[in-house]
Design a protein around this ligand. Structure first.
Ligand SMILES: Cc1ncc(COP(=O)(O)O)c(C=O)c1O
Length: 446
């Protein structure tokens, strides 16, 4: 969990307004301006708002910032502005958008070792990508196993909540199974949970809480034996594990090279380093795409045109495609390998830095890009809270025991890591000396 950050004026304004009559509201400080505004004034307001946010530097190891380097950032921004205010509503009307999407999809399939008949869809984020796996498994089961009235999916305890979210929308029950001692999916427990209503099993590469990869090879075998859909949530690892493996790192296989894997969610806006709003959902066999597509014929709404979509959105923005395409093309395999190498360096230097601070220790041997550390001597949550107070926001979670939780970046500037470690040592000392205590304020995913 991490503390709610940033200014929430709009929340409190809204809270104050609940119960206020519309006429009164119009008299009060209304938000929707009666008269037009000039950009100069608004620009100033936006700058002021923006100045309250965390900078990339301070938030380097926190949740949100994966950046590929200044030059690529700048190019991605320029690419986005070239396609600013362009709707992507289909191939015929906008061949440029279709070409960008095709290229990103094809690059993704190549990175994920997909066979020739595979199909990739670009989605808004990891939550949506996982949604499509559940939807396809449900609709496929509806066709092939119509006797199932409430379908069930099985995911390890550490799986992302987007599985429940998908199940909630789709009328599918999500069952979570315990983890093994090693904090990875316990495939035996998953096998014992399968029943006549089960339609899907899934694993994560890696899971968010521990940063560890589930044994996808065994999960896929289990799926094959029981004729179930096998989905891999590689939202975090999909665009970095293939390159870490090329550098010789020993990480469990997770992609389409594993027999039995039917679909993979992999986020470009995490370790694909593209700007937000871009994830991928890939199918091993495009024959299953029929369970994904929504097809409403023109004749079904008074001849107003066919509506055929493969994502939750209808019309979409082209600028995110342009910036994602630019980022991937600029990085290329060489750039992703360099990023992977940089991540490993960050990991090693952080490990050494943590080992040098009295009372701190690595909680789990880091595998991909998540780094968890803890203390058996003092309150690590107090350390995390104080790091946030001093401008180095760091997530913390109460897993089996409390941990601080980092998402690593290859460092552009080594000073960032040194600064972080220096501050960490100072804060840890203050907590150990009893000078700083946890605030006890509830942490919120906001
Ligand atoms: C393993 C995993 N899957 C899925 C998601 C959801 O991704 P998004 O926030 O892009 O919807 C996350 C987000 O952190 C994640 O860590």
């Amino acid at each position: 969990m991490f503390s709610r950050l940033g200014n929430r004026q709009t929340d409190s304004l809204r809270d104050e307004r609940i119960g206020t009559k519309l006429e009164e509201l119009n008299m009060q400080n209304r938000v929707f301006p009666e008269h037009s505004s000039v950009w100069k004034v608004l620009e100033e307001q936006l700058r002021e708002l923006r100045s309250q946010d965390l900078s990339h530097r301070m938030g380097q190891f926190f949740f949100f910032w994966r950046k590929p380097g200044d030059a690529i950032q700048l190019a991605a921004k320029e690419a986005a502005s070239m396609f600013f205010n362009q709707l992507f509503i289909g191939e015929l009307k906008q061949p440029s958008g279709a070409k960008l999407a095709d290229d990103i999809e094809q690059m993704t399939l190549e990175i994920l070792s997909a066979p020739a008949n595979a199909k990739c869809t670009l989605t808004s984020g990891g939550t949506e990508s996982n949604f499509w796996a559940v939807k396809i498994a449900r609709d496929r089961a509806r066709e092939k196993q119509p006797q199932i009235s409430v379908p069930e999916i099985i995911v390890p305890m550490s799986a992302h909540p987007s599985f429940e979210k998908a199940g909630h929308f789709l009328g599918v029950k999500t069952v979570r199974t315990p983890l093994g001692e090693d904090k990875r999916a316990d495939v035996k427990a998953m096998a014992e949970t399968i029943n006549e209503n089960t339609i899907l099993v899934a694993g994560s590469s890696p899971c968010y809480p521990y940063g560890l990869c589930d044994p996808v090879v065994e999960i896929a075998k289990l799926a094959q034996t029981n004729a179930l859909w096998c989905h891999v949530d590689a939202c975090v690892g999909g665009f970095i594990i293939p390159f870490l493996k090329k550098l010789g790192r020993d990480i469990p296989d997770f992609d389409f090279s594993v027999p039995g894997v039917n679909s993979i969610a992999a986020d470009l806006h995490k370790y694909g380093y593209t700007p937000p709003g871009m994830s991928t959902f890939s199918l091993r066999d495009r024959a299953d795409y029929c369970y994904q597509i929504f097809d409403w014929k023109s004749s079904q709404w008074n001849g107003a045109g066919d509506y055929q979509t493969e994502t939750l959105a209808g019309s979409r923005a082209t600028d995110v495609l342009a910036s994602a395409w630019t980022t991937m093309m600029m990085l290329g395999e060489e750039g992703y390998l360099k990023a992977a190498r940089g991540l490993l360096e960050t990991m090693e230097r952080l490990k050494a830095g943590i080992a040098a601070i009295d009372g701190l220790e690595v909680a789990f041997e880091p595998e991909v890009a998540l780094f968890l550390f803890t203390s058996r001597q003092y309150d690590i949550i107090a350390v995390a809270e104080e790091m946030t107070n001093r401008g180095y926001p760091t997530a913390w979670y109460e897993l089996d025991h409390p941990v601080m939780h980092l998402l690593l970046d290859p460092l552009e500037d080594e000073r960032h890591l040194e600064d972080y470690l220096e501050m960490l040592a100072a804060v840890a000392q203050d907590v150990a000396d009893g000078k700083v205590k946890r605030s006890g304020e509830g942490a919120v995913y906001a």
